[in-house]
Design a protein around this ligand. Structure first.
Ligand code: Q0Z
Length: 350
């Protein structure tokens, strides 16, 4: 159901933004997590869809690089004997940014720290609702502030999405059928409409280069069982509801969010990955909310506006990779990420 041809394909849930760019090692966690290989970073540099050479992930002493998504890298810590510690992962957020399904050639300084610190803050805000995978923020100096050591979980093969507003693949499915993931919605809704009650709109992890596919609760139940499916729904809506209320009080609309849940070795369902960041959720400025068309993005609007303006000379429907961002677009975008962090948490980023 979701496709690249959505009004706003950038921020997850719909976007393949978090999709793979390069695997490393063997049976990696990311694979069992549903991300698929794309550009091997062990081979000679290869042209990705962007046609650009993507640099290999940073080497970190004491860690093995396992995998890279578009904007994040995944490592496993090594034990004293040099083996992979099978119980832990290091999640590293880079300063890379994606737009219109491309990783841009220009990074946004501090983006990785902002998203990591925001996710950590949310984990603590949500701790009474669901346990999380965070172990430590004591990480290599090269990735200080933008990496988290986590417990390795057995991830459910489902993207757990909650929506409180209609956008992206939810809007497309609603227009086609009046439902989203099998949930019937009232008639008359439009792009950006607020839903009376937030809904659980799960998706299956897509193949390489594809977007996730919306599925019904029943289809989730076929995979994980009815009781677990219901628990994933309950937890996803609890996380979204808490996040949406808090953000709205601070002038940020959280239109939807995608969370990743897994099981620990004791059988508990645990919140993993990143949570309630602009890369896993649609953040809209509450002041600019005007249903009836695509809503401005809190964080990426300057990037999108420039990329789609004549000034960029770029065709987002063409084959060419996106051009580098001008300095002022970088700086204004960086300021938006910092503003989102400070507005939500009431703290300065340190
Ligand atoms: C998350 C991802 C990437 C960062 C695997 N606690 C966990 N246990 C098992 N697997 C994962 C987690 Cl968080 C897991 N991902 C997505 C990809 C960088 C996160 F390249 N993949």
């Amino acid at each position: 159901m979701s496709s690249p041809h959505v009004p706003d394909p950038e921020s997850a849930p719909d976007p393949a933004d978090q999709g793979p760019i390069s695997p490393a090692g063997e049976a990696v966690a990311a694979r069992s997590h549903g991300e698929s290989p794309h550009v091997p970073d062990t081979a000679a540099p290869t042209s990705g869809r962007s046609g650009l050479l993507r640099p290999a992930a940073q080497e970190l002493a004491g860690y093995r690089h396992m995998y890279s998504g578009k904007v994040r890298d995944l490592y496993a810590p090594l034990t004293a004997t040099g083996d992979v510690d099978p119980t832990r992962l290091l999640l590293v957020a880079t300063d890379r940014i994606s737009a219109y399904d491309h990783v841009l050639p220009t990074s946004i300084p501090d983006k990785g720290r902002v998203l990591t610190q925001m996710s950590l803050w949310w984990f603590s805000q949500l701790a009474d609702l669901v346990p999380n995978h965070v172990v430590s923020t004591d990480v290599p100096h090269e990735v200080a502030g933008r990496a988290v050591l986590v417990r390795r979980l057995h991830m459910f093969p489902v993207e757990c999405v909650a929506r409180g507003y209609l956008a992206g693949s939810g809007l497309l499915e609603y227009r086609a059928s009046g439902t989203v993931c099998g949930v019937a919605l009232p008639p008359g809704l439009t792009d950006g409409s607020r839903l009376e009650t937030p809904i659980f709109t799960p998706a299956t992890k897509a193949e390489l280069g594809e977007h996730d596919e919306n599925v019904t609760l029943e289809q989730v139940a076929d995979v994980v069982g009815a009781d677990v499916a219901e628990e994933l729904r309950r937890l996803t809506l609890a996380v979204y509801t808490r996040g949406e209320q808090l953000a709205r009080d601070r002038g940020i609309l959280l239109a939807d969010t995608k969370i990743e849940l897994g099981r620990d070795d004791d059988g508990r369902i645990v919140l993993g990955d990143e949570v309630l960041t602009p890369d896993s959720s649609r953040f809209w400025p509450a002041a600019g909310w005007a249903p009836g068309g695509p809503q401005p993005s809190y964080d990426k609007q300057f990037v999108r506006d420039w990329l789609t303006s004549p000034a960029s000379g770029w065709d987002r429907h063409g084959d060419a990779p996106p051009p580098p961002l001008p300095e002022d677009v970088v700086e204004r975008t960086r300021a938006k990420y910092l503003e989102a962090y400070e507005t939500l948490t009431g703290q300065r980023l340190r």
